[in-house]
Design a protein around this ligand. Structure first.
Ligand code: DND
Ligand code: ATP
Ligand code: GLN
Length: 576
């Protein structure tokens, strides 16, 4: 028998903007109520945004979050939603420290709250630095359904609050999440939730954040899974969305346990909620997109939210006619619209004709702003005055381009985009204070081989829709070159990108050592050379702009290596 209508509200909060987030929670609750939902669940820390990082350590911010929660409860009541059960993530603080908490709001007040128990402290997460773990289970019974509340990492750990809830007796778990996107993560989340739902014999409703926050992007993709592993509903990725799912009262409820060792239990029984006049909700099952479409969605969302949430209206970048700047420009067009994208062709003495014509072609296909600023005279000025030759002369070209872009940023307020990809960043193949300038680097976590795949996918998806493919074919097909000296090709100093990416994937993303990589069949001298380059360019990466994480191990907070570092993994070269 239908007992509850659940709404999972995957919303895009702004870190620190308590007033805007609170207003969004009221607005989405009103919508959910309009759709007949009596339980509305928001993501982890929806009220504060996620991750709040060191803001969690500030008592003034925690106090403001708690105050905002009380005001939110009143605002929900005033908006006519007092009879709805609203579950929302926020920051709390008590004598033991800050808490990553979830509040259950009904009738204009908080009836119970849950503090996250399992605090992820690995990769991009530092939660043990910020939060004290909770040890109290919150169970809300309504219309014969006992709802337990957990937060994100709680379902990733085998012990902790999930089995404790199963012992206490629940009919459904509400799981509030802030789970950042990376390739393949969506499927991993669903399989973990399926496993836990099967283990506890109860469905799990999983609601995730959507939107970009600095280098993280959250894809949403909220869902509900049944105890038999079936999917009851699934939201799309990268858009705000309300997933409506009807829940039946359990035919044979698990018994309540009076006590669960190691836990306290807060049980709240609410008066029955209205369930009359419903048509059963049609399950919404968003399609699962291809890898390229998911990564593109992540990069577009990451850039759009960084630009808008930081008050920019437009971006500028150097358009070289090559693949990297073309892909960055195409992402910017999709994120911000062509009128917000300002591209500059900056030919130097060594630039090929096609560098300018391919850039022009991109601009005419997409309608972005385009100008040509030759840099030969500026370069000559430095070269003559400082008597530069070789690498110093090469790098001055990249630095003059960086100066042009920053000058345009200062005069017109554009955010400058750096165009480096993950493979180049790995081996230090960029000029510091040159092409490395900028405020945001959209493809810094995209390996070069994936850059090409994305370009082909984006063009094909445009063609399939009957649109003009944005990226000129010659930008995709030409051999990559920095064009800093006559006839220069990337392959002069690097192996081909497929081999480079395969080695980097092992060393960077999977922490494999020199010996393991060579044992996998790669040439020892090539591997040693690449590993040396990766280690030696750590200083450069630390100064590179942030950009959206899409792989399982992004440079930055996801991979923290010492710059001053006497360890040489490839010293074993002599032994192989
Ligand atoms: N440990 C350390 N900590 C702090 N700073 C350190 C440092 N080691 C060097 N440095 C500094 O860094 C400087 C060297 O770095 P940098 O000036 O960048 O120069 P560098 O890395 O030597 O050269 C740039 C390389 O990137 C290639 N590139 C440039 C531009 C675009 C592209 C492309 O295809 O996208 C490729 C170019 O062909 C060349 O191979 C040193 O002169 C020193 O000042
Ligand atoms: N002629 C140019 N005009 C404008 N910008 C340029 C030019 N050459 C290089 N740049 C800028 O410097 C970045 C570094 O490009 P470079 O040509 O050195 O190698 P790349 O990494 O292969 O990039 P791309 O594939 O975009 O050419 C470019 O992405 C672009 O933003
Ligand atoms: N906010 C969290 O607890 C996130 C951790 C979790 N393992 C995830 O990425 O989904």
């Amino acid at each position: 028998m239908q007992a509850l209508r659940l709404a999972l509200a995957q919303i895009n909060s702004v870190v620190g903007d308590l007033a805007a987030n609170s207003a969004a929670i009221v607005e989405w609750t009103v919508r959910a109520a309009h759709d007949g939902a009596n339980v509305v669940v928001f993501p982890e820390m929806a009220l504060t945004g996620y991750p709040v990082e060191d803001l969690a350590l500030r008592p003034s911010f925690a106090a403001a979050s708690v105050r905002a929660l009380t005001e939110l409860a009143t605002a929900l009541d005033k908006a006519g939603c007092g009879d709805r059960i609203v579950v929302v993530g926020y920051l709390d603080r008590d004598a033991e420290g800050s808490r990553n908490s979830a509040a259950v709001i009904v009738d204009g007040r908080v009836t119970t709250r849950y503090d996250k128990h399992s605090l992820p402290t690995y990769r991009v997460f530092d939660e043990a630095r910020y939060f004290a773990p909770g040890s109290c289970l919150s169970i809300v019974a309504v219309n014969g359904v006992r709802l337990g509340v957990v937060v994100c990492e709680d379902i990733w750990q085998p012990g902790g609050s999930v089995p404790a809830y199963a012992t206490a007796g629940v009919d459904m778990l509400l799981c509030l999440n802030a789970s950042p996107f990376e390739q393949g993560k969506d499927e991993v989340r669903r399989s973990i939730a399926r496993r836990r739902a099967t283990e506890i014999g109860a469905p799990i409703a999983y609601v995730n954040v959507v939107g970009g926050q600095d280098e993280l992007v959250f894809d949403g993709a909220s869902f509900v899974v049944g105890p038999d592993g079936s999917t009851w509903g699934r939201s799309p990725q990268f858009v705000e969305h309300l997933l409506i799912v009807d829940v039946d009262a359990p035919a044979a409820p698990h018994p309540d346990a009076a006590e669960v060792p190691g836990w306290t239990i807060d049980r709240v029984t609410l008066p029955d909620a209205a369930v009359t006049g419903w048509q059963r909700a049609e399950p919404y099952l968003a399609e699962i997109a291809s890898t390229e479409e998911q990564v593109w969605g992540a990069l577009v969302t990451g850039l759009r939210d960084y630009v808008h949430k930081n008050g920019f209206r437009s971006v500028a970048l150097g358009l070289s006619g090559g693949i990297d700047s073309a892909v960055v420009a195409a992402i910017a067009v999709d994120a911000l619209g062509s009128d917000a994208v300002h591209a500059v062709s900056m030919p130097s003495t060594y630039s090929s004709d096609h560098s300018r014509t391919d850039a022009e072609e991109f601009a005419s296909r997409t309608g972005i702003h385009f100008r040509v600023e030759p840099i030969a005279d500026m370069v000559a000025c430095y070269v003559d005055q400082l008597h530069l030759t070789g690498l110093a002369e090469e790098n001055i070209q990249a630095r003059c381009r960086g100066m042009v872009l920053m000058a345009l940023s200062n005069t017109s307020g554009h955010l400058v985009l750096a165009t480096g990809n993950k493979s180049e960043l790995a081996v230090g193949y960029s000029t510091i204070y040159g092409d490395a300038v900028g405020g945001f680097a959209p493809i810094k976590d995209v390996p070069k081989s994936l850059v090409w795949d994305l370009a082909r996918w984006r063009n094909k998806s445009a063609a399939d829709r009957g649109d003009i493919p944005p990226i000129p074919e010659s930008s995709i097909d030409k051999p990559p070159s920095a064009e800093l000296r006559p006839g220069q090709l990337d392959t002069d100093s690097l192996p081909d990108y497929d081999e480079l990416d395969a080695i980097l994937f092992r060393y960077v993303d999977h922490d494999q050592g020199f010996v393991d990589i060579v044992a996998a069949g790669f040439d020892a001298a090539v591997v040693a050379d690449i590993l040396r380059k990766v280690d030696a360019s750590e200083y450069k990466r630390r100064q590179y702009p942030i950009g959206t994480k899409v792989t399982s191990r992004a440079f930055g907070r996801d991979r923290r290596m010492p710059i001053t570092n006497g360890w040489r993994d490839y010293a074993a070269l002599d032994e192989v």
